[in-house]
Design a protein around this ligand. Structure first.
Ligand code: SAH
Length: 520
């Protein structure tokens, strides 16, 4: 600004492909941009699983079709990109598949160039190759074909196709038609009219790479009929060529232990990924929709004073944790308030550690504390009873946990004659993901979500609050719960209850496999 001219603070646009649906097919670069963009402009092809990875604080602009409505016209999309970049924002333009494969990415870039807006292109995995791959169809194979061709089946306004069928048939390669469901009949006829053998293998592949993927294999002569019988609809691609016959042998995606399954996870984002990762490794599609998040109480003067008293107490004493988050927040708070763990464990009295379940115990082990008491069943009441049994009257129990923790923990301890301090470390805040809400409701209603996982009663309440108490039929929701207390909360809304055998992520995964696993 030393030249006296105000320079505009221009942002930048990343034109990125999101792949065909499976969140694992996002490139590392696109995943990084999803985490760091200020605003994300996306359309209908972006899967819910992918949308669920967008951080809550990122702004999103949907430019796809709403049911019944028309999509936002291309020139408007171009203008949105320009407008947002001119605000100085980091704009992620996220498109299905690859942005330059029938994605109109070129048109968007031309506008950016004319407005002198900086940009980068991040190629994506295109559906034209990945969808056949997930169906067990290699687009090339040395024994059958030496080329593959990607063609749009999108018809002109007058309904005709601008496809040179004679040339296509002569190429003798694998043909992949995008945007082709509504013009399937014309495409297949065009091919046979140009001399293709009606017995040539062909396939239509719907919603490829997602949990809902379907494959119909037939021949050029019979595909239309078979596809109609199966009720195939968009998005789908048509593949024509000898390689299609390989699908019967090479199919794999739906055969994975949780292939074809879709789960909704409601845990707080900070610990969602371990469960999500394991389910994805088993072939499931996972939508992450945290129903709650936690906020540490900071600074926590009450904790500081109580810990001093605890350290000075001369008799036997318990330090009690009831969640892995609580363990992490406890140590974060010590760090923040510069409290040395040795001062907490000081005094003549022996300090014992109580943990509500194995996940909490594991979190404690990470800090070098091996719990003395972990009840068999995960519940606050059981923990209270076990601690009481192991204690003498006059001992001191300091419980460090969430605000409004379960009251069941306290009575067994006070009845035994222990002094109890119950100090809140964090509070639970309900979260509503307005971007996902409608789509998730639709999926639940259509039975597209096999189960919802709940790891605490508050995730159940947060989920119901986010979805609306009367807006969906909770009776059709299968709730996989971490323990009895969580299950009781889910039962209040009439959900179908399944309870993990133990309160751990491993046991949750086991339960899900037992209920939904493919035993092929
Ligand atoms: N840029 C995208 C294609 C956009 S055109 C890409 O590279 O994949 C939109 C068409 O892509 C759809 O009509 C359909 O034919 C195809 N398509 C995209 N995702 C698909 C999926 N998951 N399963 C089947 N077809 C898909």
């Amino acid at each position: 600004m030393d030249d006296g001219v105000m320079k505009e603070n221009i942002g930048k646009v990343w034109l990125a492909g999101a792949g065909p649906g499976d969140a694992g097919l996002l490139t590392v670069k696109a995943a990084h941009l999803i985490e760091s963009a200020d605003v994300i402009v996306y359309d209908a092809l972006i899967s819910t699983e992918l949308l669920s990875r967008i951080p809550q604080d990122a702004e999103t602009i949907y430019v796809g079709k709403h049911s019944g409505n028309h999509p936002v016209p291309q020139h408007e999309i171009n203008q949105i990109l320009v407008r947002e970049a001119k605000k100085g924002k980091k704009v992620l333009r996220l498109k299905g598949g690859d942005p330059f494969v029938f994605g109109r990415g070129g048109e968007e870039l031309e506008t950016l160039v004319s407005e002198q807006i900086p940009f980068e292109v991040v190629p994506g995995i295109t559906s034209s190759v990945a969808v056949p791959a997930y169906a067990g169809i290699p687009v090339t194979h040395r024994d059958y074909t030496s080329s593959f061709h990607v063609i749009t089946g999108h018809a002109r306004k007058d309904g005709t196709l601008s496809i040179d069928f004679d040339s296509l048939v002569r190429l003798n390669g694998t043909l992949v038609f995008l945007m082709s469901v509504s013009s399937m009949e014309k495409i297949l006829k065009g091919l046979t009219d140009a001399g293709m053998d009606p017995d040539m293998p062909a396939a239509v592949l719907e919603r490829g790479t997602t949990a809902r993927q379907r494959r119909v294999t037939a021949t050029v002569g019979t595909l239309k009929e078979e596809s109609d019988r199966a009720g195939i609809s968009t998005p789908a691609i048509i593949v024509v060529g000898k390689v299609c016959a390989l699908a019967d042998e090479l199919h794999w995606a739906e055969d994975r232990p949780l292939g074809g399954r879709q789960f909704l996870l409601t845990r707080p984002r900070q610990n969602i990924s371990s469960l999500a990762g394991r389910l994805r490794d088993l072939g499931a599609q996972v939508i992450e929709m945290p129903a709650i998040h936690t906020e540490a109480i900071s600074p926590n003067e009450r904790l500081k004073c109580t810990l001093e008293r605890f350290g000075q107490h001369e008799g036997g004493k318990w330090l009690v944790f009831t969640s892995p988050i609580g363990v992490n927040v406890f140590f974060d708070t010590l760090k923040e308030m510069k409290i040395d763990l040795r001062s907490v464990l000081a005094g003549a009295g022996k300090v014992r550690i109580g943990a509500i379940g194995s996940a909490t115990a594991e979190a404690l082990c990470g800090y070098g504390l091996i719990p003395d008491a972990v009840p068999e069943t995960y519940s606050a009441g059981e923990l209270g009873k076990e601690l009481a049994e192991m204690s003498e009257p006059g001992e001191y129990a300091l419980i460090v946990r969430a605000e409004k923790g379960s009251p069941d923990l306290i009575p067994p301890l006070t009845e035994k004659g222990l002094f109890v301090d119950d100090i809140p470390l964090y509070r639970t805040v309900y979260e509503v993901n307005t971007m996902l809400k409608e789509e998730v409701m639709r999926m639940l209603q259509n039975g597209e979500i096999d189960a919802v996982t709940f790891t605490s009663a508050s995730t159940v309440r947060g989920f119901v609050r986010a979805m609306g108490e009367n807006e969906i039929d909770y009776g059709s929701v299968c709730a996989v719960c971490i323990g009895e207390q969580t299950a009781r909360a889910a039962a209040e809304y009439g959900m179908q209850i399944e309870i993990s055998d133990q309160a751990s992520m491993d046991a949750m995964v086991e339960k899900i496999l037992e209920l939904f696993g493919n035993r092929r």
